[in-house]
Design a protein around this ligand. Structure first.
Ligand code: FEC
Length: 363
């Protein structure tokens, strides 16, 4: 198949500085061309240093692209030309679309590695791609959101289940270590926080779906876990059929009957807000951790459902910043693993791309 007969697939992500020297240019781009102050830059450089110097985002994104390309090739060998473009580093979205234009493809399917649509976040990627594509008369279709992708929800739910089991085991150990005769004063409570990147509040008013998108992911996960409505605590023993992992033995199921006075709830929270004067979507995860600690909820699981890979906002904002606060407050905080190149999820996304491409073929 010549390149011109292929369907272009444009996969996009936020991008990240390639080196420490690259941080200033990246930050300036994120700030739409306004260079950061010396203090702002130093603070960001320090955050990257604390996660190892640079972010693993590029490596993780290439692994995701590899998995999606491989599934696309098995669905229709030779049909797709897959390119990669970033919002804020290189290659940029525009360069990636130009690559497709140079190969003379006439149609493209685009997708951003982020599940929740907002005009301000995903919308901007798509607009930029559309503009370059239009100049070369490339027809575009986009996967704007995959907030309710079945395999993504399965993955996130399994991750939460696995973290819950760790917290439950820890609670049991602590209970065993209590001096004989000490009675439980109140139930142990575990809160699951389902999070996404905050945005300035004024950008997500007037019908922008971003908040609803995260709410829909969170509510679907809560339903799969058998939890109640947001912030409602449910007795663990009522959830055993939903919480035991596939393949768990009968004794494992029975273990749940012995765990009295453990309650579980969930809520959404926002993270990684910029340090600007504007009001950002909240509550922020740090505020929530503090509030939960004041309410004597000592176990918190964060599921950063708005992100698809390990990067600064997960490795610093949750694993370092969130963890530091939690430790100071005596809160046991853990985080679910990122999707990264999980095969089930990548295959599902590839299948969505393939289905959308079939539309081009039939029209
Ligand atoms: O690992 C890395 O190197 C990059 C991690 C990274 C991801 C990411 C995703 C999103 N952002 C979103 C919105 C904003 C808004 C501003 C903003 C600023 C930053 C800064 C860094 C950064 N973001 Fe980001 N974001 C990542 C990294 N982001 C670094 C600059 C320092 C800071 O403010 O912390 C504010 C811009 C301004 O100042 O004008 C708004 C949204 C996402 C999720 C969707 C997506 O992935 O595109 C929304 C990953």
């Amino acid at each position: 198949m010549t390149d011109s007969a292929k369907t272009g697939v444009l996969l996009m992500s936020y991008g990240t500085p390639k080196s420490q020297e690259d941080i200033e240019a990246f930050y300036t781009d994120v700030r739409r061309g306004r260079p950061p102050s010396r203090e702002q830059l130093d603070e960001l450089v320090q955050r990257y240093q604390l996660i190892g110097g640079t972010s693993p985002l590029t490596k993780k994104t290439y692994q995701q692209i590899e998995a999606i390309s491989s599934r696309l090739d098995s669905l229709s060998p030779g049909k797709y030309l897959v390119v990669y473009g970033t919002k804020h580093s290189s290659p940029k979205i525009e360069e990636a679309v130009q690559e497709l234009a140079d190969a003379k493809v006439s149609s493209l399917i685009g997708m951003v590695f982020a599940p929740h649509y907002s005009r301000f976040s995903i919308g901007e990627y798509l607009e930029r791609a559309q503009k370059v594509a239009a100049a070369s008369e490339i027809k575009c279709r986009f996967i704007k959101s995959f907030a309710l992708d079945g395999k993504l929800l399965d993955f996130l739910t399994d991750q939460i289940r696995s973290e819950l089991n760790k917290h439950i085991n820890q609670i049991v150990l602590l209970r065993k270590s209590r001096t004989f005769g000490d009675s439980l004063s109140s139930p142990d409570k575990i809160m699951i926080l389902i999070t996404a990147h905050s945005l300035p509040r004024h950008l997500v008013t007037n019908g922008d779906p971003y908040i609803d998108e995260l709410n829909s992911t969170a509510a679907a996960i809560a339903k799969k876990l058998g939890l109640g409505s947001e912030s409602e605590f449910v007795e663990l023993s009522l959830l055993k059929d939903k919480l035991v992992e596939k393949g768990d033995s009968e004794p494992e199921r029975e273990r749940f009957d012995l765990l009295e006075d453990i309650e579980i709830s969930w809520q959404i929270a926002w993270q990684s807000a910029g340090k600007t004067d504007q009001e950002w979507l909240g509550p922020d995860i740090l505020t929530v951790i503090k509030d939960l600690s004041e309410r004597e909820i000592t176990d918190v699981i964060i599921c950063p459902a708005g992100f698809m890979a390990d990067h600064l906002e997960v490795l610093y904002d949750i694993d370092i910043d969130g963890q530091k606060l939690a430790k100071n407050l005596g809160v046991a905080l853990s985080r679910t693993e990122s999707v990264n190149d999980n095969l089930m999820v990548m295959n599902s996304l590839a299948e969505k791309i393939h289905e959308l491409a079939a539309d081009f073929d039939s029209n």
